[in-house]
Ligand binder design. Structure first.
Ligand SMILES: Nc1ncnc2c1ncn2[C@@H]1O[C@H](COP(=O)(O)OP(=O)(O)O)[C@@H](O)[C@H]1O
Ligand SMILES: C[C@@](O)(CCOP(=O)(O)O)CC(=O)O
Ligand SMILES: [Mg+2]
Length: 412
């Protein structure tokens, strides 16, 4: 059994199709170069520790209590396709009881504990049959703002699934010598999981997302697992091969919101007015499909920039449609207005209701314009930064002691 594991997984921007993707419509998303990192080590004290400094949570349980008081009381069943199922009402109640979380209280950060316990027991079952549940210390540190629309929950779930599967010998990365020189690895060798292993990680990560979100589409965990840009519909993942390098300005309004609440809000409206909501969600699919075509043209002809004006229009329409379905926020309207002063176009990304927006930057957008927009946004109390879309998916860090890409406090 591997005893010391570090993995990381990226956040994402949904370029077009948030919310409509939950209803089986096409969406397009790209990974982001902000990552969630997890260090898992076999613990010497025989306990299981979950250390989540980003959300101020640190919990410890003995393996014996997990084996005797939790695992046998969970209904761990597979669905008709053989996929692991989310906790039943009974299991959820028992998980909350075991974790001493007020069953009435549904504070989003506590769902991280439930998600961990469920995945740990479910994935760890197999090793229990051989040598018992593994005593592990898990510490997670994210560069992603939590609950801001950049997929922190998915990166969290992907990392968790990857370390638990690796620790129990169910997914094993191997070295790819031909790709020496990657900056994430101190000695230059790249460690990767096979596509089958990645799909297994993605399947379990989706379960983690279900616990945190309620009804996720699966786009966030898929793009975090695989990296790059993807077209996503009904769990069908297609890599967007012709993706130009796109520069964006990301703005965090710092208005807290919960994806679970917003997804439930849209569902309520959809249940009430299906004939109104349906066409709006369909229009969002049209936006996503059209944007993929435009990316393709831009990729084929990087010297031609007409694609940008089309993307800007699509961003404007998408933002208005997201307001129509009720997931806008005055802070997001503010981002749109402030960036429009510099003739820049912005839309919310992720679940909305606050959180983050992205602004498209053309290759020839002058730095002064970007700086002026950032100044206005910061004066409004927002955080903003320029980045490029696209980053490597879930990643095994084979030399953590000399890996400069790891956050300082991870190996404490
Ligand atoms: N670094 C982290 N540490 C602990 N929990 C995390 C972390 N990142 C995400 N989470 C979990 O994900 C939740 C936020 O997910 P969500 O509302 O979907 O927002 P988003 O995915 O857009 O950041 C948190 O409340 C917590 O349960
Ligand atoms: C609103 C939604 O489309 C995206 C949610 O993203 P985030 O959790 O806000 O980063 C939900 C989903 O696709 O699962
Ligand atoms: Mg999320």
């Amino acid at each position: 059994m591997t005893t010391d594991i570090v993995v990381s997984a990226p956040g994402k921007v949904i370029l077009h199709g948030e919310h409509s993707v939950v209803y089986g419509k096409v969406a397009v998303a790209s990974s982001l170069n902000l990552r969630c990192f997890v260090h898992a080590a076999i613990s010497k004290d025989g306990d299981v520790t979950l250390d989540l400094p980003d959300v101020n949570i640190c919990r410890k349980w003995s393996v014996a209590s997990l084996e005797n008081n939790l695992l046998p009381r969970l209904e761990l069943c597979h669905d008709s396709h053989g996929h692991p199922s989310p906790p039943t009402e009974k299991s959820l109640h028992r998980l909350k009881q075991f974790a001493e979380i007020d069953t009435e209280e549904s504070e989003s950060r506590h769902l991280a504990i439930i998600s961990f316990l469920y995945l740990y027991c479910y994935i760890g079952q197999r090793s229990k049959e051989q040598s018992g549940l593994p005593p592990i210390h898990v510490r997670m540190i994210s560069q992603l703002p939590v609950g801001a629309g950049l997929g922190s929950s998915a990166a969290f779930s992907v990392c968790l699934a990857a370390v638990l599967l690796q620790l129990t010998g169910q997914a094993t990365p191997s070295v790819h010598p031909e790709e020496q020189g990657d900056s994430n690895s101190a000695k230059g060798a790249v460690w990767k999981w096979s596509l089958d292993d990645l799909l297994l990680i993605n399947k379990w990560a989706f379960l983690g997302e279900k616990i945190i979100h309620g009804h996720p589409s699966g786009i966030d965990n898929s793009v975090s697992t695989l990296g790059g840009a993807i077209r996503f519909q009904n769990k069908q993942i297609t890599t967007v091969e012709k993706m130009p390098s796109i520069k964006i300005l990301l703005t965090n309004t710092n208005v807290p919101r919960s994806t679970k609440t917003l997804v439930a809000y849209v569902k309520n409206k959809h249940d009430k007015f299906p004939e109104v909501m349906g066409p709006v969600l369909q229009a969002m699919e049209g936006l996503a499909e059209r944007s993929i075509k435009v990316y393709g043209h831009m990729f084929d002809r990087p010297d031609k920039w007409q694609g940008y004006s089309q993307l800007e229009e699509l961003i404007d329409i998408n933002q208005q449609l997201l307001n129509t379905i009720g997931v806008g926020h005055s802070s997001l309207d503010r981002v749109v207005k402030l960036t429009a002063r510099q003739a820049l176009h912005s839309k919310l990304t992720g679940a909305g209701g606050g959180g983050c927006a992205y602004t498209l930057l053309r290759p020839d957008t002058p730095d002064e314009k970007i700086q002026a927009a950032c100044k206005d946004l910061e004066e409004a109390g927002f955080d903003c930064w320029v980045t490029n879309v696209g980053a490597v998916g879930v990643y095994y860090h084979s030399n953590p002691d000399s890996d400069a890409s790891l956050p300082e406090r991870l190996l404490e």
